[in-house]
Write a protein that binds this ligand. Sequence first.
Ligand code: KG4
Ligand code: ZN
Length: 342
Amino acid sequence: MLILGIDTSCDDTSASVVENGVRILSNIVSSQTDIHAKYGGIVPELASRRHIEMILTVVDEALNRADVSLPDLSAIAVCHGPGLIGSLLVGCSFAKAVSYSKQIPLIAVNHLEGHILSAFLENPSPEFPFLSLIVSGGHTSLYIAEGYGRYIELGRTRDDAAGEAYDKVSKLLGLGYPGGPIIDKLAEQGNPHAIDFPRAYLPESFDFSFSGIKTAVLNFLKSEGKMQNAKDRVDEATDSKLINDIAASFQASVVDVLVRKTEWALKKKGIKRIALSGGVSANSSLRKKIKEMADTKGAEVFIPSVSLCTDNAAMIAAAGYHHFINKDFAGLELNPRAYLPL
Ligand code: KG4
Ligand code: ZN
């Protein structure tokens, strides 16, 4: 069974053909990083416009690489939320048009379910139940995946997502966008104990909060006389040691919270498997620390390759397969939703 997945939820235009929910025949991602980089974050209007320009080429490429044509498809699975509404609208409109004109069944997939099920696109994959920690620029959420379609949300961020914190701190430090990979790299040269940034553990809750850490970094820079307000830029050339230490200390704070919360969830819920997804799961320190923690608890960790951790349409096609099995189809009245809980 061949399913075409489409994801345009944020700033990547992606299409993929997946066989039987697990075998990726193609997974094309057109990134918009170059467009948004000069603004230090995603500009929603520019994102939607770029999706319109790219969607046809990306879907065509996905079908060609998979050596598949539209009549071979069992269904088209499209991400209908959560995400940027203008961006989602492009993917949904495109999928509905192709579904209607070629009489191919349409399936609506929640982006977060896609991230959770990305764990099944590589071997070994987890057995249910497992904890799923989704950490990206738009989300930081912890779920128990009990089975296909059965997800219990334990917690989510109350303000910024972890990736958003990386991007904002990177902007403060004048380092560029996206901030995650840059800070990850600089942190290797820095001392994680140099600055004691706060950790928002939110006791007795599985929720997260990452907005305070950005303010803590800003206040630190002001106290060091490096910056008067958030619009100033630190001079990277003269302050490289300081910047490396800030990067390492900031990263230690974010990673500590993510790891400790996951550890607490393992204990409280008596679960022995953890799957990670979202762009921040590419982080070298998070990957290392979560594995170390899991080893001490006798738990298994599943982290897909980076291309499957970041936004991609293969995860949407994989999730779509299970909706297909359950005959859970969408109609042409399908509308995108910026806010869409699982
Ligand atoms: O999942 P993703 O590609 O898109 C969504 O946000 O949905 O995640 C992008 C986020 C950005 O905030 C980026 O800074 C962060 O993932 N990121 C990282 C790393 N690579 C990407 N954060 C920390 N360390 C990394 N190595
Ligand atoms: Zn995502």
